[in-house]
Structures are given as C-alpha cells and as structure tokens.
Design a protein around this ligand. Structure first.
Ligand code: MTE
Ligand code: MO
Length: 250
C-alpha cells in the first residue's frame, strides 16, 4: 500500500509538475483517500479527483429537492430482468427476496424486504444523473446502509462495501465514507409508493453523491471487505472493468 501510494503521488508530481496538485495527491494519500487499484492511463487523474473530492465533500450532503420538483414521469433505464428466477420472485410479491450481508461483519445476516421496512427509514428527494446525460429527480425511501452495517457489526478494518445484484454484471463498491453516509440508502420505496421494478425494485442501493450507475438495482448481497482485490478483476466494480471510473463524485 505504502509503495503504491508513493508511486502514485510521485508519479502525479512528475506528471503535473505543479506543487498544488502534488500536494493534493499527497494529502489524499495521507488521509487514506485512494480508490481501489485502477491501473491504466487514467489512473493518476482518477486518484486526484477522488482524493480532492473526498477532502472537500466527505461530510457534505447531496442536494435535496422539493416535492414539486419530482420528475413526472421518471425515467426507468433498461429492461428489468426477464429470467425465470426473477419473474418467480416478482409473482410472489418479492416476499422471498433476500439481501445477504457478509464479509467483515460480526453477525452475517439475510434480510427480507419486510425486515428492512421495519428498520428506521429515511426519505430524500435527490437527483439521479446518468453518465449519458439524462437525469431525473425522485423521492427515495429506504433504510440507511449505515444502519444495516451497524446491525451486522462491521469490523473496524472495513474499507469497502461491495454490493451485488441479481443481474450478475451489476456489482459495484463504495468506500466507507459513502457506505456510512446518511444519504446512502437501501431503498424499497420511490415517490411515496413501492420501488417499481423498472427502477430496481424490490431493493436498490441509492448512492446520491455519485453518478447513476453506482445506484445498482435489484440488490441481493452486501459484502464488507478491507480490499476489493478478490472481486472480479480487483477494480471494485464491473463498470470499472469496462473503463468507467470507480469513483464518480458529483
Ligand atoms: N442492476 C442494474 N442496476 C443499474 C443499471 C442496470 O442496468 N442494472 N443501470 C445503471 C445506470 S447506467 C443508471 S444511469 C441507473 C438508471 O436508473 P433508473 O433506471 O432508475 O433510471 O441505474 C443503474 N443501475
Ligand atoms: Mo447510466
């Protein structure tokens, strides 16, 4: 870790030649603000963006809107799963849906949607922006991910939460700053009703401080970990493996 950090910060200083950027990179390193190994041409830029944003926004909230600003209609992107397993769960009103939590936790668990609905909830009206340029505003209701992490007893050495969907390619991760952030919700409701299947029902992780693709729909599995190395190609998300950035602070 130390040598990678050194490599990145030294590389940045050499590449930019400006002390301001080098300083930002060094501060990011000192504060443990490094994204998972991202490799490739864009790596130093991504580290810098991540570190700089983290220093500035660690405790800040994504903008929340008024009810009158909710988009009508909302825009559901892509088709929900059509496979038999999903259709069977849907026909059963998702009573059999489970969200598992494991990894660096004292108490691994598996929750139904009803279990999550019985936990403390939060509603917030936020903007979901797709990297392709469109966006919409909706009210999201759910249980803060931080609450579930606390229930499960996440270990102090936890650094990331990896989340997976019933759609195998849709998995991603956030660092603990976003995992514990009060606006990061396991959502089951939208605009006052149930979360529609088109928007990821029955359960979706909403990460409103990042671009839309971090808000993975149809989530089934959370894993608390100190490293994302053993997940996929070790880049922290399937999106990152395809060239999208792992961190997209907005
Ligand atoms: N499981 C899953 N999650 C997903 C996607 C998807 O296709 N499948 N698309 C992502 C992308 S690229 C965006 S922009 C948002 C779109 O959210 P919406 O369908 O509610 O508009 O969901 C994200 N989460
Ligand atoms: Mo997107």
């Amino acid at each position: 870790m130390t040598s990678r950090r050194k490599l990145i910060t030294t590389g940045l200083a050499a590449a930019t030649g400006t002390s301001g950027l080098a300083l930002a990179a060094r501060l990011a390193g000192q504060h443990g603000l490094l994204p998972p190994p991202c490799g490739g041409f864009f790596a130093p830029g991504e580290v810098l963006t991540y570190g700089a944003q983290r220093l500035l926004t660690r405790h800040s909230l994504a903008r929340e809107f008024d009810r009158s600003q909710i988009s009508q209609p909302s825009y559901a992107n892509g088709r929900p799963p059509q496979d038999e397993a999903f259709l069977r769960l849907k026909a059963g009103g998702f009573t059999e849906w489970r969200l598992m939590i494991d990894g660096l936790v004292a108490r691994p668990a598996s929750y139904s949607v009803a279990d999550l609905r019985a936990m403390p909830s939060r509603s917030q009206i936020t903007h979901l922006a797709c990297e392709e340029g469109w966006s919409f505003i909706a009210e999201w209701t759910g249980v803060p991910l931080s609450h579930v992490l606390e229930l499960a007893g996440a270990a102090p050495q936890a650094r990331y939460v990896v989340y997976r969907s019933i759609q195998p390619r849709w998995w991603d991760s956030v660092d603990m700053a976003d995992a514990l952030h009060p606006q990061t919700l396991i959502t089951y409701g939208m605009n006052g009703g149930e979360l529609p299947v088109g928007h990821g029902g029955p359960l979706r992780l909403r990460v409103p401080r990042q671009l839309g693709y971090k808000s993975v729909k149809f989530i089934t599995h959370l894993t608390v970990t100190d490293s994302v190395k053993s997940f996929g190609k070790g880049m922290g998300s399937f999106a990152a493996e395809r060239g999208y950035s792992w961190y997209n602070g907005i």
